[in-house]
Design a protein around this ligand. Structure first.
Ligand code: SAM
Length: 212
């Protein structure tokens, strides 16, 4: 994602009621934040938030937490909430490397990764969000029968993600190399910003749904 330094984005985020500012303090207690007992789904690397905002709107019975590393991008997700506030959605600005400091064991019911950065150099493989290092972190916070869904148009990253499953102790429930041609999997599919852009250019979208 091309990042522009948007003036004042850090200040806007610091003041936003939609951002959880001390997320580590919520560890083990996220249901109290939402004041209900609904399941918690998180998207890691949510970008401008189109997917998670759409999901939260479509599923008021689920609580959503969107995680994004960069203020300038998170700001766009906050702006969507200012236009259409949803009680079951909040955001965290953080590096997902610290995700186990923020969610307790088994506290998360579902994880979404969408169009994660590919980090093409081999020496950066452990920064890729579907890498075995990240799968080990997700293993700690995701409940036992929880699922992780990953979409991308990057074939190299997708092949890497599939190869990481076995060594990391995960298995695929579903793998498709052309999501948009699969009527069953497209039921309820909410497009991310990147998905809209790359599928409109004719790129196939790859997706897996995995569990342990
Ligand atoms: N998910 C969105 C979509 O599909 O349109 C955005 C995709 S963009 C290519 C990847 C996003 O993941 C960027 O906004 C980036 O800042 C974020 N990201 C990458 N690594 C991250 C990390 N370790 N922790 C949190 N966010 C991360």
């Amino acid at each position: 994602m091309r990042l522009r330094n948007i003036t004042g984005s850090r200040e806007n985020i610091a003041e936003s009621q939609y951002v959880v500012h001390e997320p580590a303090q919520m560890k083990g207690n996220w249901k109290a934040l939402f004041e209900n007992d609904h399941p918690i789904h998180i998207e890691i690397g949510m970008g401008k938030g189109q997917f998670i905002h759409g999901m939260a709107k479509a599923h008021p019975e689920i609580n959503y937490v969107g995680i994004e590393k960069y203020s300038s991008v998170l700001l766009r997700a906050i702006q969507k909430m200012e236009v259409e506030e949803l009680p079951n959605l909040c955001f965290i600005r953080m590096d997902a490397e610290e995700i186990t400091d923020v969610f307790a064991e088994g506290e998360v019911d579902q994880i979404y990764l969408n169009f994660s950065d590919p980090w093409p150099k081999d020496r950066h493989a452990k920064r890729r969000l579907p890498s075995r290092q990240f799968l080990a972190r997700y293993d700690q916070i995701l409940k036992k029968d929880g699922k992780l869904e990953f979409k991308t148009d990057n074939r190299g990253l997708f092949d890497f993600a599939v190869e990481e499953l076995e060594p990391a102790g995960w298995r695929a429930d579903v793998i498709t190399y052309d999501l948009h041609s699969d009527a069953e999997l497209m039921v309820g599919n909410i497009m991310t910003e990147y998905e809209e852009k790359f599928s409109s250019q004719g790129n196939p979208i790859y997706k897996y749904i995995i569990c342990r």
